[in-house]
Design a protein around this ligand. Structure first.
Ligand SMILES: *Cc1c(COP(=O)(O)O)cnc(C)c1O
Length: 413
């Protein structure tokens, strides 16, 4: 619509917007979590990009330097044994477990990509149900999940069934006895729409299928309660809301009761019960350590560890509350004087049905991403017509949200 606003209406909209800026500042003043943002090295950029790589904490360079100058340089190879490097995949896993609703000893950061970790988990899940022909996935999955699931199905001679959002649970209810493993995500990577972990996991269990969850868009922003729901296996990225930085390694959760029987295809020496025996035959480690592969990328795990600190300290419920409130404030600002923009929302309007991000449907998504980037606001376009806005709880402030919406208003006249 290109109808010209009359001068008084434009003035009213401007007044409304500046009132919202004041409101943003009041909210930042009131919420102690807003103080975290100043401790991130943002370079003044507003980071609402939903796929990865929020800013580092200012103190990251010191954390890395403590390892490089304080451990690596003086002790070199001895660091593996004297500085806890060998255990780091597990110690960091245990910290992360607190954010996932998991008890200790069930999460490991082996040092792999999300894709490799998913491969490892899906093959292991199918191996737990050798007599079942189907691997079930969601049509809306992040592409790598579908590619990997397809490859696993071909490798193991199973049939990959890809069901759209609405058909997934129905398939489990009707044909669950054929399903070896089912892979789903609690947050749709495009629209942010949630899938409840509890009911889908319960359907898997009722049918005897292994439940596998990809938590990439949930970890660090949404309570997942893995133990309470009895989830079997879960994986996720280290570089989205967890903020582990470029190429941060993925994590893997294995329910403790399942650990003795789970047989991972990537059976590397770090997953061996006694890696330094250098024995010719693979004997898996007793616990979640059996999911480890080879020598881990230590500095990347240190960076992830550092990123987890304030998240764990804050706790997943407070992180979720804050992200949800930032998202709601975004919509309030978006609709101020521009109700047409609210009709572009491609995500559920109810914040209980969204994860940490929301998406707008726009005619030129790439163009909007570029225009916003030029004004210092990072978002990401998803083909064909979506732009995502993600609300990381600790480095995004209400005032930044206000500023971002101001730029959206400018870019979409
Ligand atoms: C981001 C994302 C990935 C990315 O996989 P990488 O191997 O880390 O590149 C995988 N799955 C989901 C659901 C994601 O959101």
């Amino acid at each position: 619509m290109t109808t010209r606003k009359t001068a008084p209406a434009a003035t009213a909209a401007r007044t409304g917007r500046s009132a919202l800026r004041d409101e943003a500042r009041r909210r930042d003043d009131r919420d102690p979590l807003s103080a975290h943002a100043a401790r991130f090295a943002t370079g003044g950029v507003v980071h609402l990009n939903g796929n990865s790589l929020g800013p580092p904490r200012e103190s990251l360079v010191h954390a890395l330097d403590r390892v490089v100058s304080g451990q690596w340089a003086p002790r070199q190879v001895r660091g593996w044994f004297r500085d806890g490097w060998l255990e780091l995949p597990r110690t960091v896993g245990d910290k992360l477990a607190a954010l996932l609703g998991a008890g200790p000893g069930q999460v490991v950061v082996a040092g792999e990509t999300t894709s490799t970790t998913l491969f490892n988990a899906l093959v292991a899940a199918c191996r737990l149900r050798d007599d079942r022909p189907v691997l079930l996935a969601e049509a809306e999955s992040f592409p790598t999940d579908l590619y990997i699931a397809d490859s696993v199905a071909r490798l193991l001679g199973r049939r990959l069934v890809v069901e759209p959002r609405g058909g997934f649970d129905a398939f489990l209810a009707e044909h669950g006895r054929q399903v070896a493993a089912a892979i789903a995500a609690p947050v749709d990577f495009r629209t942010g729409e949630r899938r409840e972990i509890g009911p889908t996991t319960a359907l898997c269990h009722a049918a005897g299928a292994v439940s596998v969850w990809d938590l990439s868009h949930a970890a660090g922003v949404l309570p997942t309660e893995l133990d309470a729901h009895g989830v079997d296996l879960a994986i996720g990225c280290g570089y989205k809301y967890l903020g582990g930085g470029p190429g941060a390694p993925a994590f893997l959760y294995v329910r403790s009761g399942l650990q003795p029987e789970v047989d991972f295809p990537l059976s590397g020496w770090h997953g061996h019960a006694r890696p330094f025996d250098m024995a010719p035959r693979f004997v898996p480690a007793g616990g979640v350590d059996r999911a480890r592969t080879g020598t881990p990328p230590l500095l990347s795990i240190v960076a992830l560890d550092h990123a987890l600190e304030p998240l764990v300290q804050t706790g997943i419920r407070a992180l979720h509350r804050r992200s949800r409130s930032l998202g709601e404030f975004f919509l309030t600002c978006l609709g101020e004087g521009r109700p047409d923009l609210l009709r572009r929302l491609a995500s559920p309007r109810d914040p209980d049905r969204r994860g940490g991000h929301l998406a707008l449907r726009v005619p030129d998504a790439d163009g909007l991403e570029r225009a916003l980037a030029d004004s210092g606001v990072l978002v990401d376009a998803r083909p064909p017509d979506l732009v995502r806005f993600a609300f990381a709880p600790l480095y995004v402030t209400y005032e930044q949200v206000w500023r971002a919406v101001n730029e959206v208003h400018r870019a979409l006249p």
